[in-house]
Design a protein around this ligand. Structure first.
Ligand SMILES: [Zn+2]
Length: 354
């Protein structure tokens, strides 16, 4: 086991951590055909104990979701009133402007800026790649109570391109790597809130011990979750510049495999370790991806290159207060100062309305 990680500064260091921490998992043997009862039972008990503060969580874990869910999760109706603050909630953030508190601009473009939250493991763990189920539950409760609406990356792209509009307070909740707790923990919690998540999986990991299975991904797809690509084998793509064939497998190959196995369109990719360069961008574009997300900190604006959408990392060190603060995009100073730029006008107009 790697030693506990002590980040000096949040951000890029965690990309290095992900490489050191998670790569050994790829070397584990394939998941056996039959589940291991002892392991599963132990984990279930752990989750129940961790989640026992919340009856809802406990219920969600004890009742295994049905093998097939025949309906898509609907998005919460627009304009739903925002609930009152609960006891102990960081009220100083409640008065802050939410990303899309105001209606979207008339041309349907993103009104201000939308956060794509980035999670890895929803489990108790030693570093910021983990968020405990208990904290995750509190974060989802917070989002629901304050009228946030989850959208998929496909929906966000459609809005950015002016083909549709977004619900009030939109955000994307994304998960990298496809760990088994994505299905066992995150998915039931999201479903219970009527939220949709975006799960980036890499082909080689699916079905291995510690990761989701193809059947689980199919079930999640049918329940309205979005499954997207995180390459074939989770390499640092910038190291494949001299190997175009391998780069094609990691990008186009992963997309084709996911689409074939899941029967859904795959349009988005997450760069492993957030790394990319010109050759990687060209390969990603050539493979037909319309969106690619990085690990750079930031919010999606209508003017952001869709192959370089930044995200907002959430980790175990986040309190509910810091989580809430991260939902409020910091405006780019240039944006209001440069209203003369035609492509920025809708953003300025939307953000100055009240
Ligand atoms: Zn990853």
């Amino acid at each position: 086991m790697p030693a506990a990680y002590q980040p000096e500064t949040p951000g890029e260091d965690l990309n290095v951590l992900e490489e050191r921490w998670h790569h050994p998992r790829l070397l584990r043997p394939r998941r056996p055909q039959r589940p291991q009862p002892k392991l599963r039972a132990g984990r279930l008990i752990l989750w129940v104990v961790v989640g026992s503060l919340s009856l809802g969580l406990a219920a969600g874990l004890l009742v295994r979701p049905p093998g097939r869910v025949g309906h898509a999760i609907s998005i919460r109706p627009a304009g739903q009133p925002v609930g009152p603050a609960a006891a102990g909630e960081p009220t100083r953030y409640l008065a802050a402007p939410a990303p899309a508190e105001r209606p979207p601009a008339s041309d349907g473009r993103v009104p201000f800026a939308v956060p794509i939250l980035m999670y890895h493991e929803i489990a108790v763990g030693p570093n910021d790649l983990y968020v405990s189920p208990n904290d995750f539950q509190k974060q989802l409760d917070f989002l629901a109570r304050h009228g946030y609406h989850t959208v998929t990356l496909t929906e966000l792209l459609s809005a950015v391109q002016g083909r549709s509009t977004l619900p009030p307070r939109p955000l994307v909740i994304s998960f990298d790597d496809g760990y088994d707790n994505a299905y066992r923990v995150a998915y039931p919690m999201l479903k219970k809130h009527g939220f949709r998540g975006v799960f980036f999986v890499f082909v080689k990991g699916v079905g291995r011990r510690g990761y989701v299975t193809w059947a689980e991904l199919r079930e999640m797809t049918q329940a309205g979750m979005e499954i997207e690509a995180h390459t074939w084998s989770h390499p640092d793509l910038t190291r494949l510049a001299g190997n175009p064939a391998r780069l094609r497998v990691e990008t186009a190959g992963a997309r084709a495999e996911l689409e074939g196995r899941l029967g859904v369109a795959v349009r988005c990719l997450a760069y492993p370790y957030g790394r990319y360069n010109a050759a990687v961008l060209a390969a990603v574009r050539q493979a037909g991806y319309e969106v690619a997300v990085t690990t750079a900190y930031g919010y999606v604006r209508a003017t952001t290159d869709p192959l370089l959408w930044p995200r907002v990392r959430i980790g175990r060190s986040d309190s509910l207060a810091s989580f809430a603060a991260k939902l409020v995009p910091r405006p780019e100073p240039k944006e209001s100062a440069r209203a003369d730029r035609p492509e920025r006008t809708p953003l300025v107009a939307a953000s100055s309305q009240s």
